[in-house]
Design a binder for this molecule. Structure first.
Ligand SMILES: [Zn+2]
Length: 133
């Protein structure tokens, strides 16, 4: 299996990193104003309310920006790979930074993406691949 640097599970971020266990991506959302935010934070950065909790999202989005990484940061990490900024479908400027599972010569800004999880023990890393649908 590909070596990955795994996130440390903190109270605020654990829901995000373990969400994929049931196949759904969850993003923190404010119950007061409805705004999604990522990464998770103890209060809403829009209305400053504290009624924030993880909510299931579609797992769909598009590639807003990307870099191609040629540096093997970890032994066992195949290069090159695509590291992308994914703008989720739920909200403008709701970004997730993660690996994009795509061929280097096929990756392009604006490509439709769907989430795909890679399990490492308790952690389900959310990554994205092209949404063919
Ligand atoms: Zn709010």
């Amino acid at each position: 299996m590909t070596q990955r640097k795994l996130p440390k599970l903190e109270p605020e971020t654990a829901a995000y990193w373990t969400s994929g266990a049931d196949g759904a991506l969850r993003i923190q959302r404010c119950a007061d104003c409805g705004t999604y935010q990522h990464p998770p934070f103890p209060h809403c950065s829009t209305c400053h309310g504290e009624s924030v909790s993880p909510e299931v999202v579609s797992g769909k989005g598009h590639l807003a920006s990307f870099t191609i990484n040629y540096e093997p940061w970890l032994p066992g990490l195949p290069v090159p790979f695509v590291f992308g900024v994914v703008e989720l479908a739920e909200q403008v400027q709701l970004y997730v930074f993660t690996n994009v599972l795509a061929e280097i010569d096929a990756v392009r800004v604006g490509m439709p993406l769907t989430v795909q999880f890679e399990q490492h023990g308790d952690v389900w890393l959310p990554m994205f691949r092209e949404d063919a649908a």
